[in-house]
Write a protein that binds this ligand. Sequence first.
Ligand code: GTP
Ligand code: MG
Length: 195
Amino acid sequence: MLINRAQFVCSSEKVSQVPRDAMRDIAFIGRSNVGKSSLINMLTGVKGLAKVSATPGKTRLINHFLINGSWYLVDLPGYGYARVSKAQRSGFAQIILDYVLRCERMHYLFVLVDSRLEPQKIDLRFIGMLGENGIPFGIIFTKCDKLSAAQTRRNVDTYCRILAEQWEELPPMFLSSSATGAGREEILAYIGDCL
Ligand SMILES: Nc1nc2c(ncn2[C@@H]2O[C@H](COP(=O)(O)OP(=O)(O)OP(=O)(O)O)[C@@H](O)[C@H]2O)c(=O)[nH]1
Ligand SMILES: [Mg+2]
């Protein structure tokens, strides 16, 4: 999959406002600050296409980016943002649930998890919810430039072990770094297959 053209189309406050055309969405979700927006910029090769911030909670809306005039990359708000109330933090915002569970445009979802951390409860709950609802998804481990390859591998193995306790079949998994571009080819090839 080659990306020749990437353009911002719209930010939606609600699922009722997302584009209504027949093109498909490939969406990115994960905890606030995990690197969703950075990954969209890395994949498209367009710096600043999706707004990145060191402060969690930057992306609050559903952002559609039209790729090659024929499908969309979708940047979603993060979950688990620490500066909201505890009740909100441990739950998933309605906008996320509406889009992920009910928006028929969504063709495939990538759940981003921070490769540096041990499996986080909120990610496991989110992944569990996707499984229970039959949502097609893969996992992208982000910020792989931050640890040694061996340590990243150990963390991914731990993740697989934890998931295998609940699931017979593990989802597709990818390692990425928006800083080095690692994972770009694999992720784009997989998206190409999905579409
Ligand atoms: N070293 C490194 N830093 C990264 C990488 N990806 C993202 N970051 C940094 O992590 C911070 C958060 O990145 P964002 O892309 O804004 O994260 P997000 O998941 O979109 O965050 P929200 O929109 O707040 O949910 C920024 O400071 C990025 O520069 C990566 O692969 N490597
Ligand atoms: Mg973001």
